[in-house]
Design a protein. Structure first.
Length: 109
């Protein structure tokens, strides 16, 4: 059974002194758990979307980062408060425009 969307949440962890930083230090593990819970609560976890953990997605400067597939776009600077809006967007088939990373975002680090 294939879901409509897959959300890959970067939970990469680097040492505190690494200049790139990491999504885990910015709360990505909590975002991952909240997305899973919100999808389950809305009955979307079986067919609507699956949340998966990921190692580095090369968007370190814009973390917490979530890659949405098969649409192939990134959400960046995701916070716990954004989780309901992300799930609303999945339901409506839209994107959270305020979170979508543009080509101008310098996430490649």
């Amino acid at each position: 059974m294939q879901r409509q969307r897959y959300l890959f949440v970067c939970i990469n962890r680097r040492p505190d002194d690494n200049p790139k930083g990491c999504c885990a230090a910015k709360g990505s593990e909590e975002v991952y758990k909240a997305l899973k819970a919100e999808l389950a609560a809305r009955g979307l976890a079986k067919l609507g979307a699956r949340v998966c953990t990921s190692s580095c997605l090369d968007q370190c400067a814009t973390g917490v980062t979530v890659l949405v597939e098969p649409d192939h776009f990134f959400y960046g600077r995701v916070a716990l408060a954004d989780v309901p809006e992300i799930v609303d967007a999945i339901v409506s088939g839209q994107r959270c425009r305020t979170l979508v990373l543009s080509p101008d975002d310098s996430g490649q680090t």
